[in-house]
Design a binder for this molecule. Structure first.
Ligand SMILES: Cc1cc2nc3c(=O)[nH]c(=O)nc-3n(C[C@H](O)[C@H](O)[C@H](O)COP(=O)(O)OP(=O)(O)OC[C@H]3O[C@@H](n4cnc5c(N)ncnc54)[C@H](O)[C@@H]3O)c2cc1C
Length: 440
């Protein structure tokens, strides 16, 4: 007789992390390498989030990230990579590399495990409730990091937030990423940016997309995957949905499937090299660019990014990416976020990862406290890696010193981050030149 156990209790004497995307994995590695016990909870069957199950094909360039360098090095040496690999992230190798790194660091990983609730006694770290094939379990720990992207654990614990753009709460469009097979492997260039023309025999591909694809689809963004003949399409587009509502999220994903039915024949018809293309795979994780913005002790702003601000309590630095707001009402880019350039590395303070009024809880990744516009820069994966690493090290340091996160002296956090390969803001050449290509 097999009984589903309900609400077993356990106490974990270390850092518990909800969500094993890039930010959650980075937090786990940062905390474990700083000496903490770490439990990482992930609802998918592999780590990586948007970089793994989400099928994204490239790190946005420009940011300095020691973890990104380590992951890239390991992927480059992976026995699992295709011998004639192209440019591109190789999601399956990335998952494998993360599995190895987490294991080597001693991270206790639970897959197929969804954080479904969190309870918060005043002044205490949240107790989370997880659900898995084993049943429900409550886990108490001195420190919880929410790296779920949507901030599911933080919401349940009572952290306050707002959704999307400040004025009307609209969010950047979501995309179901998919891969296209049967593409001529010798193709030289791809339409990788909203900004650049891409001439094809019938005209400019961007204009053809706006004319022939069903709105709100309409832009044409294609990237190499690392696998010859397989291209990643960032072309589905679901706008004006609340992605924190499961009915709306489902409708949005259904809409993306409808778009895929039009996009594949469109590429076959118009793009040289795509004449025999087919749908090779879809992401198992729907690509949500924006949902909840939590209220943190500090909210990162557009000005902080433009000025390359160096916060004294930085936990992530060397960050660099332009504002990149996908149109919240249609295809293409929003006029407010047209990849306008910043010229500095910027840092992110610990305070942006501390939800107002909550103890023992940290935010990592795209759910940190930032304005709609600031978030459009710091949401990219290399910056989420940096945020996760910083938050993980901060959590481990607070546990080691036996202090609360708000009483945490920042110097030991910086010392550990530097030991883990971070170049501190005072040592970086802060003025950037050159423009990162593309938009995500
Ligand atoms: C369509 C799209 C295209 C993009 N393109 C690029 C690009 O080309 N380059 C780039 O650098 N950035 C890109 N970005 C931005 C970037 O991918 C994300 O902002 C970044 O990956 C966020 O990292 P994260 O770890 O915070 O969240 P995620 O990568 O979303 O990870 C969250 C993790 O938490 C898990 N999870 C969620 N809820 C629970 C729960 N309740 N219990 C347990 N686990 C849970 C998820 O399964 C997931 O693994 C893109 C984003 C999107 C949506």
């Amino acid at each position: 007789m097999y009984a589903i156990q309900t609400k077993q209790n356990r106490s974990f004497p270390g850092v518990v992390i909800a969500g094993g995307g890039v930010a959650g994995c980075a937090a786990a590695l940062g905390a474990a390498r700083a000496g903490a016990r770490v439990l990482l909870l992930e609802e998918e069957n592999a780590p990586g989030g948007m970089a793994g199950p989400g099928m994204l094909a490239k790190w946005m360039p420009g940011t300095r990230s020691p973890l990104r360098e380590e992951i890239d090095r390991r992927i480059a040496n992976s026995e699992l990579a295709p011998p004639n690999r192209t440019e591109g992230l190789l999601n399956e190798c990335l998952k494998d590399v993360l599995f190895q790194m987490l294991e080597e660091a001693g991270v206790e990983l639970l897959l197929h495990t969804r954080v479904v609730d969190a309870e918060c006694e005043n002044g205490q770290s949240p107790v989370i409730v997880i659900n898995s094939v084993s049943g429900m379990e409550r886990i108490e720990s001195p420190c919880l990091i929410d790296a779920t992207g949507d901030g599911t654990a933080a919401v349940c614990a009572g952290a306050s937030f707002e959704i999307g753009r400040e004025t009307d709460h609209l969010c950047q469009g979501a995309s179901l990423m998919f891969q296209i097979g049967g593409v001529n492997p010798d193709i030289q260039t791809l339409p990788e940016s909203f900004n650049l023309p891409y001439p094809v025999p019938a005209g400019d591909l961007g204009a053809l997309g706006r004319e022939h694809l069903p709105p709100p689809a309409g832009h044409v963004l294609l990237h190499r995957t690392g696998k010859p003949g397989i291209i990643c399409a960032n072309m589905t587009n679901a706008v004006k949905f609340d992605f924190t509502d499961v009915v709306q999220k489902t409708r949005a994903e259904q809409l993306c499937w409808k778009q895929i039915r039009a996009i594949v024949p469109f590429l076959r018809r118009f793009v040289p090299g795509f004449e025999n293309c087919y749908l090779a795979g879809t992401a198992s994780r729907f690509g949500i660019r924006e949902s909840r913005h939590f209220h943190g002790d500090y909210r990162l702003t557009e000005e902080d990014i433009i000025s390359g601000r160096r916060f004294e309590d930085w936990i992530a630095c060397g960050n660099f990416f332009p504002f990149d707001i996908h149109n919240v009402e249609g295809h293409g880019l929003d006029p407010a976020g047209k990849l306008n350039m910043t010229h500095h590395f910027y840092s992110i303070p610990l305070r942006s990862c501390l939800p107002v009024g909550m103890e023992g809880l940290l935010l990592a990744g795209r759910n940190l406290s930032a304005t709609h516009k600031a978030h459009s820069s710091c949401r990219v994966m290399p910056i989420c890696l940096n945020i996760g690493l910083g938050v993980g090290v901060a959590a481990a340091t607070a546990l080691r010193l036996g202090v609360t996160l708000r009483k945490l002296p920042i110097e030991p956090v910086h010392r550990e981050l530097i030991r883990q390969g971070v170049i501190p803001p005072e040592e970086e050449n802060n003025v950037r030149s050159g423009e990162p290509a593309g938009s995500r």
